[in-house]
Design a protein around this ligand. Structure first.
Ligand SMILES: *[C@@H]1O[C@H](CO)[C@@H](O)[C@H](O)[C@H]1NC(C)=O
Ligand SMILES: *[C@@H]1O[C@H](CO)[C@@H](O)[C@H](O)[C@H]1NC(C)=O
Ligand SMILES: *[C@@H]1O[C@H](CO)[C@@H](O)[C@H](O)[C@H]1NC(C)=O
Length: 552
């Protein structure tokens, strides 16, 4: 009797476990790494995914020769180049995700430490840099099959902008904020005479310290149309139209700087359809004084804290959480499940700047922002390749994270240095892509004429198949692809869309066909016009995304 009870119990538990594994995503593995290319010939200092599933990758023109030939007998003849006046190598490349191949692109002016935005029509608009590129505006179309290339306006900016931040605005223009020695902002494209000049911005003058520590400020478009801007250890809400500070937030509780070269990273956490709450999360960085000490070869341990604030709270305050490992120069990416922030790349000592980082951190960390306080972090599987200064990461439409770069040197140096120039590309696949989760993975039935056009506040429906429906139900998320450089993903934005319960359309033994009705974001304050990727998420497992286009 006892025996059979135990047997029954065992049998039942086993059966129950099986049931659970059919509906709950398996989180045990910590994700997987794959080397896509040992060398693409250009180091990924800047990356942007376009809506043709190509990633534009570039660093700077003044590095001397890269490892990618321009081809076709092409060379760049630039008497102002600091290192190579006639250069037959490429400093930018278009990476085709599906083909895993690279096409060299011809950059004329120097985009070193620059910024970027996608225009509403999907073109990359890329701003500033150094040397002959400090006022440059460069345009690149998502051109598909034909071989388009950069179009450049070397004097498109009103001020030189080296280490500036861009944010796309509800009207589709971009604001370009700061840069070394620039305590002002401006707009592009310049549609009228008001746009021609610069607007004074005292926050950047006030937060400039001996190490700078306020470059690449963190900028997020709030739901009221104002901009949350964090520089050094201070943050404000700015009405950029009238150049008024609407709110001043409390300083970072420990007073330490979070912007370049004390490089932390920051995200606007996923936005709910209600459109009132918005939270900013800033993780890692380096204590004040780290940069100066690193110049003297003293490498201070990085910050271990994340700071989180509700920016529309009547009395906002920073809450402080502790990561499993310290990190400087990490990249933060919103995963399409809408449930997790990935913190990836970087080091555990030193700062940004040439050869100033030490002790790479090889394991990404996940942060479940909706989880119980105290147990939000988990450590993921490690890579083998250090991603130090000048590395980057972007999310791909298939849910993988593309990781590249690392070049803490003023040249391409492959020997005789601690962290050689890295030209490889890796993909990190989060747990949701593990084979154990394939039965939970929805597949959107592709729509003829994609990218699908969405209108603000209008319903739309998606058909998808999935083998096992999670009891957590279906959510629909919408992600703006970001411009990644220097640990900052500009314009990164993830919306949880209002949606109804998915309904079965048709069922057979294999996968079932469902339909979900969702509503496009209510306004351009919520989602500025442009291309986004929509995901159907089932129990934390996102489908491959689908490109959509939203505009006024
Ligand atoms: C890049 O080219 C240099 C010079 O030809 C060579 O020494 C180096 O190994 C190459 N590096 C990679 C990663 O391809
Ligand atoms: C913020 O940083 C500035 C500049 O380094 C410093 O003087 C100030 O004390 C810091 N603020 C706080 C609250 O610690
Ligand atoms: C890096 O490469 C440049 C150009 O080839 C060379 O002049 C420099 O000495 C190298 N630096 C180191 C540390 O090897």
């Amino acid at each position: 009797m006892k025996y059979s009870f135990a047997f029954f119990f065992f049998f039942f538990s086993f059966f129950f476990l099986l049931l659970c594994s059919a509906t709950a995503p398996v989180a045990a593995e910590g994700g997987q790494w794959q080397l896509l290319q040992s060398s693409i010939g250009v180091s990924a200092m800047h990356m942007q995914l376009l809506h043709n599933d190509r990633v534009i990758i570039f660093d700077r023109t003044d590095f001397g020769p890269s490892n990618l030939s321009l081809g076709g007998g092409r060379c760049r003849d630039d008497p102002r180049d600091w290192n190579l006046k006639v250069d037959c190598t490429a400093h930018a490349a278009e990476y085709d995700v599906a083909a895993n191949s690279v096409r060299p692109l011809m950059l004329l002016t120097d985009p070193w430490c620059s910024s970027g935005t996608l225009a509403p029509d999907g073109r990359l608009i890329q701003t500033g840099g150094a040397n002959d590129g400090e006022r440059g505006v460069r345009y690149l179309a998502a051109c598909g099959e034909y071989d388009c290339d950069w179009e450049e306006d070397p004097s498109g900016l009103a001020a030189p902008r080296w280490y500036a931040t861009n944010q796309v605005l509800p009207d589709g223009r971009a604001i370009v904020i700061g840069g070394r020695g620039q305590y002002n902002y401006e707009f592009i494209p310049k549609l009228n005479s008001e746009d021609a000049g610069t607007v004074d911005f005292p926050l950047l003058r006030e937060t400039r310290d001996a190490e700078y520590n306020n470059l690449y400020p963190f900028v997020f478009l709030n739901l009221d149309g104002n901009l949350f801007i964090f520089a050094n250890n201070k943050s404000i809400l700015l009405d950029y139209k009238t150049n008024t500070v609407v709110r001043t937030y409390p300083a970072a509780p420990d007073g330490h700087p979070r912007n370049y070269p004390s490089t932390a990273s920051a995200v606007l956490l996923p936005l709910q359809p209600s459109g009132t709450d918005a939270e900013v999360l800033i993780c890692g960085g380096a204590p004040a004084g780290t940069y100066t000490k690193a110049l003297k070869k003293v490498f201070v341990g990085s910050l271990t804290t994340c700071l989180r604030i509700s920016i529309n709270d009547p009395s906002p305050s920073w809450s402080v959480e502790t990561m499993p490992t310290p990190r400087v120069m990490g990249d933060m990416l919103l995963l399409p499940s809408g449930e997790e922030v990935l913190i990836i790349n970087g080091a555990t000592a030193g700062s940004a700047g040439w050869d100033l980082g030490r002790d790479p951190v090889l394991s990404p960390v996940g942060y479940r922002h909706g989880g119980p306080a105290g147990s939000r972090f988990d450590v993921k599987s490690p890579t083998t390749i250090p991603r130090m200064y000048h590395s980057s990461a972007v999310l791909l439409r298939d849910g993988r994270v593309l990781v590249g770069g690392s070049n803490p040197h003023a040249f391409y140096n492959f020997t005789g240095v601690d962290f050689p120039t890295d030209l490889s590309l890796e993909a990190y696949s989060p747990e949701y892509l593990a084979p154990e989760n394939s039965n939970l993975r929805p597949e959107i039935i592709s729509v003829a004429g994609a990218p699908v056009a969405l209108s603000y506040g209008k319903p739309f429906s998606l058909k998808f198949t999935v083998a096992a429906m999670s009891e957590k139900g279906i959510t629909v998320t919408m992600l703006a692809p970001s411009f990644a450089t220097h640990s900052l993903s500009m314009n990164q934005r993830l919306l949880i869309l209002q949606s109804e319960a998915a309904a079965a359309v048709l069922a057979d033994e294999g996968a079932s066909l469902y339909e979900v009705n969702a509503v496009a974001p209510m306004s351009a304050f919520m989602a500025p016009p442009g291309y986004y990727i929509v995901f159907v998420v089932n129990g934390g497992v996102p489908s491959e995304g689908m490109w959509v286009h939203i505009q006024h």
